[in-house]
Write a protein that binds this ligand. Structure first.
Ligand code: ADP
Length: 489
């Protein structure tokens, strides 16, 4: 409760459209609960397509002037927004923990990470350069410039309720686009808190909008964003299933589309690895946000000679994790986000165990902490017919495979439709370059379990997505290239 009251000035129960705080035109609301306790935190407007249309029109009107602001002006607005986020760091973290359940230390980490995108793109705004290309004809000049695409629809997930919005919105605003943001139904309050700060930063009305809705209304809102002629592009982070649907829906209007979908990250420990570093990296990459990140290690592949020492040390580390409410000090593992996610994680473990997987630790719900808690679990003897072999777990479950040769390790690592992140530990320099090249992923951690940062391009290959977010490449989804030919010179 104290937590709620302290962060109250940022806790908004209205959506943010065209610079105004609005309820749904239908008057409907939906409840948002704290996954650690099941308590209702509050309600948010359950908006539908008519509210979304209003937001799209507001964003479209605002684009007419925002696109003509100077890069320097946009940079200043973003910087101001960033400064306010930094000043409200702790309150933002508390709201994240309250609605997403992650431990407060991790929520603070997310705020630093999420804020850094607005800081980075406030700087990048001034470096969206064009080019002059040498012409084959002396009387013609070839000029190339980048222009903003227009209104961007940003659809965000619940696992990083702050950073997944700022990573998109920072790039969109820096480019000169305006946006309509649809946060996840589990975590609307972080998005609305960010809007309060955008408002305080003086970002003009209509430039950023947040439309909140229940799960039931999300498909219709998503469809409208994809099909509205006033929207130029969509950027989505979420499940592969919804991503594919949006891809289809965007085809009718040939919309620009950025997709950050599910991963199935391998974490390979080679015989040459520093096992101590590997265990540390494994813990960081697996248990952050209770395993609910798309770059979480999903399959641990360990080579024969280091198998026993790696598995032994990892299990020891896992047993020392502290489960609990993220608001409490020292907690490392919070709840899963909702019942659907909880059900999926327990089903995957049950399926694997029924088909012969061995449980080294965990393997069951941790009900003593609450309805949505699951014990950090280690499974070995994984076989191809188990669902965990191919599916992304999104929970605190470690699945371990043993392999003998580098080729075999790579073959298992690449035997997936997905290719977001991949990690491996090796001290053999030629192996490092060989494996980094051959791993079929968009992002590769070598002797490192945490790789995300605003400066680096985030994104996947294969079914993990399209495009890159963060870094200067993050601008690409929100700009198009205009070629201007000046003749008769
Ligand atoms: P998860 O399964 O992790 O919740 P989703 O892909 O279902 O991931 O959700 C990510 C975001 O996509 C959320 O904001 C959610 O409301 C939204 N969403 C869900 N279904 C649709 C849909 N059919 N069209 C557009 N957005 C959707």
């Amino acid at each position: 409760r104290t937590l709620q009251t302290r962060s109250m000035h940022l806790l908004k129960d209205k959506a943010y459209i065209n610079g105004q705080w609005l309820g749904a035109q239908s008057g409907k609301v939906f409840q948002v609960t704290n996954p650690a306790t099941g308590e209702v935190i509050g309600t948010a407007p359950d908006m539908d397509t008519s509210d979304t249309q209003r937001a799209i029109e507001g964003a479209h009107a605002a684009f007419q002037t925002w696109q003509d602001t100077t890069a320097k002006d946009r940079s200043h607005y973003l910087r101001k927004w960033y400064d306010l986020m930094a000043q409200n760091h702790e309150d933002l973290a508390k709201i994240i923990t309250l609605e997403a359940g992650k431990p407060l230390v991790e929520a603070r980490g997310e705020v630093a990470y999420g804020n850094s995108f607005i800081e980075f793109f406030s700087e990048e705004a001034r470096r969206i350069h064009g080019e002059i290309i040498p012409s084959p004809i002396p009387t013609k000049k070839i000029l190339v410039e980048r222009q903003p695409i227009g209104v961007a629809g940003l659809i965000a997930p619940w696992n990083f309720p702050h950073a997944m919005i700022t990573r998109k919105a920072g790039a969109a605003l820096a480019s000169g686009c305006t946006c309509v943001i649809k946060p996840a139904e589990d975590t609307p309050f972080t998005a609305l808190a960010l809007m309060e700060l955008a408002h305080q930063a003086g970002i003009p009305s209509g430039v950023v909008n947040v439309v909140t809705s229940s799960r039931e209304n999300a498909p219709a809102i998503g469809n409208l964003l994809c099909e509205s002629p006033l929207v130029a592009g969509i950027s989505f982070t979420g499940s592969t299933q919804v991503g594919k649907l949006l891809y289809r829906q965007c085809s009718s209007g040939v919309k620009r589309l950025g997709l950050e979908l599910g991963g199935n990250a391998p974490f390979i420990v080679f015989n040459s690895a520093n096992v101590g570093h590997a265990v540390k990296g494994a813990m960081a990459s697996k248990f952050r946000n209770c395993g609910q990140t798309c770059v979480s290690s999903n399959r641990f592949l360990v080579q024969g000679k280091v198998y026993d020492s790696f598995v032994g040390s990892l299990v020891k580390e896992i047993k020392s994790l502290k489960i609990g409410n993220g608001q409490e000090c020292g907690v490392n593992v919070g709840p899963l986000i909702n019942q659907a996610q909880f059900g999926k994680v327990s089903d995957l473990v049950e399926d694997a165990v029924s088909k012969g997987a061995k449980v080294l630790t965990g393997g069951k719900a941790a009900r003593q902490f609450g309805e949505l808690f699951y014990e950090p679990t280690v499974l070995t003897d994984i076989k191809e017919n188990m669902r965990v072999y191919t599916e992304e777990v999104f929970g605190p479950i470690v699945t371990i495979f043993r392999f003998e040769t580098e080729e075999e390790g790579l073959q298992i690592a690449n035997s997936t439709e997905r290719g977001l992140a991949g990690y491996f530990y090796s001290e053999d320099v030629s192996q490092i370059f060989r494996v980094a090249r051959k791993l079929e992923v968009g992002m590769c951690g070598v002797n490192e379990g945490i790789i995300s940062t605003a400066e680096a391009p985030f994104g996947g290959i294969k079914e993990s997505g399209l495009g890159r977010e963060g870094s200067h490449h993050g601008i690409d989804d929100f700009t198009y290239i205009k070629y201007i030919c000046v003749g008769n010179l």
